[in-house]
Design a protein around this ligand. Structure first.
Ligand code: GLC
Length: 501
């Protein structure tokens, strides 16, 4: 309880049953259910729901994109607007808000910066300008909306300037003085870099910031580096990735910095929304099932999907799924290399996703070549993704690197056995099958080698076809594993508590 000089003792806003509610603001470039291109949006959309409301008031701020669905825009309400000095101009900053599933969202509105039919453009410097604008606008908007977070939780390079601006121009006023920041690295590959002079011009930051101990890396300005240097804590989305990024192979040029900041760097593994991904209640799938009746019921989904996608209808056929952004990160060149060999086997292969043209065309090609075995669906659909998680027997994820990976968690939840490369979050969340001890929840291989992957898939095929009881026990264990947010949300809470002191 705090004391108010005018009114005497009372419960003030921010007080809850005698406890001070700590205020956290998530700042990110995307978030479910408003806009999604990848796993970042899933995390930003699902984690706030799982942070204990008794102790924390977590809100989210993202840009308002022209390409958001109209029904999502319809949920937003105008809050306020103002003009901000940015890139030598006075630019408009609109603020909107919405509440979905108990989470309070804010949106930064500027049609010049967030127009277009896609979330991200192909021009690195334009991306830097847009998200530098966003980062400054987030801080400028806070006093206007009257939300004073104790911690701003930034996600990925797009918000890397927030910790920098916070320590720079926004430090002066009382409002920002005690505010803390944390940055979570969802993918170190993307850093937001461009030549120093241009970035200095756009951001308006003094020259002093552009040295190798601050924003500069290898002669360029680097926004993610700025975030890592200036944030009060740094996290990434699995323990193994937290270790890997301190090495040159995974460090993307920032391994030295990450080693230097290793005392403030933690890995907290992602969870998934167990209500949204639930085979017992999933509205997208033709037959719901659970850990008890999957032996009889799960296959009905396979049957329906084979029919929907024009694959040969055969309950017994081993169906392997892949739902992914089609980028280098995901190990698709390994698949390209051995796909002809794999397609000699008695399997079906279902792909869903979009991305780099060469991978899109690669899967289209194999779909054409092996019509009744391979189904390439080069678009994105929530409905089809859920059907794939529910229908397939195995799920392939041979990533080159994988900060956490969410698809393997979804696959486990649906009793679809992951086949993964042992890297990052894949290593931390999929336990390799051990046929002697009858343990494990999936299959894994170590080296980035196409035949090592193929051999692992073939090992899985042998268990699936020849040792069905063992396969079903794998499913039992997969479905019993728990990657809901509960445990990880507590770790974030501990970190917020520690930061706020
Ligand atoms: C990025 C990473 C992925 C991670 C996701 C959410 O998309 O590539 O591994 O699961 O962010 O943190």
């Amino acid at each position: 309880m705090r004391y108010n000089a005018h009114k005497g003792a009372e419960w003030l806003p921010g007080n809850h049953g005698g406890l001070t509610v700590k205020k956290i603001l998530f700042a990110a470039s995307e978030g479910v259910p408003f806009i999604k291109t990848g796993g970042l949006a899933d995390v930003v959309g699902s984690l706030p729901k799982c942070i204990d409301k008794q102790y924390f008031d977590v809100r989210v701020i993202i840009p308002k994109y022209a390409c958001m669905k109209q029904e999502m825009k319809d949920k937003m309400q105008y809050v306020n607007h103002f003009y901000m000095d940015f890139n030598w101009k006075r630019v408009y900053v609109g603020i909107l808000e919405a509440e979905v599933d108990g989470v309070h969202y804010y949106f930064i509105d500027n049609e010049y910066y967030f127009c277009g039919s896609k979330v991200y453009s192909d021009s690195p410097i334009w991306e830097i300008e847009r998200y530098a604008y966003f980062s400054k606008a987030v801080l400028s908007a806070l006093p206007v909306i009257g939300f004073q977070p104790d911690v701003i939780h930034c996600h990925d390079w797009q918000t890397g300037l927030i910790p920098v601006y916070m320590k720079e121009r926004f430090r002066e006023g009382e409002f920002f003085r005690r505010m803390k920041s944390v940055i979570t690295i969802h993918n170190l590959k993307f850093q937001g870099k461009w030549d120093t002079k241009t970035v200095r011009n756009i951001t308006g930051l003094p020259e002093y910031y552009f040295t190798p101990d601050k924003l500069e890396a290898y002669k360029d300005a680097n926004l993610l580096k700025g975030g890592i240097v200036y944030a009060d804590a740094v996290t990434t989305v699995s323990n193994t990735y937290a270790e890997e990024i301190k090495t040159p192979f995974y460090g993307e040029g920032l391994d030295g910095l990450l080693r230097a900041r290793s005392g403030d760097l933690r890995g907290i593994v992602n969870g998934i929304d167990y209500n949204e991904f639930n085979p017992e209640t999933d509205k997208y799938i033709v037959k719901n099932y659970d850990a008890v009746n999957f032996r009889k019921e799960k296959v009905k989904n396979k049957r329906a999907l084979q029919q929907e996608l024009g694959l040969r209808q055969d309950d017994k056929k081993m169906m392997i799924g892949l739902v992914s952004r089609l980028t280098d990160q995901k190990g698709l060149d390994l698949i390209a290399y051995v796909m002809d060999e794999l397609c000699q086997d008695d399997i079906q292969f279902v792909v869903l996703g979009t991305g780099e043209e060469r991978y899109e065309n690669m899967f289209r090609h194999f779909d054409w070549k092996y019509g009744d075995k391979v189904s390439a669906n080069i678009y994105y659909s929530d409905a089809l993704s859920h059907k794939i998680y529910a229908s397939c027997d195995a799920f392939l994820m041979p990533s080159l690197f994988e900060p956490c990976g969410l698809s393997q968690l979804m696959a486990l939840r649906y009793g679809t056995i992951p086949i993964v490369r042992e890297t990052g979050g894949l290593k931390d969340t999929v336990q390799a099958y051990n046929e002697y001890e009858s343990t494990g929840t999936g299959f894994s291989f170590k080296n980035y080698n196409a035949h090592e992957m193929l051999n692992t898939v073939r090992y899985a095929e042998r268990i699936y076809y020849d040792r069905k009881r063992e396969w079903n026990k794998l499913i039992d264990r997969a479905m019993a594993s728990d990657f809901s947010w509960e445990v990880s949300a507590k770790k974030y809470q501990e970190m917020y508590d520690w930061l706020i002191g």
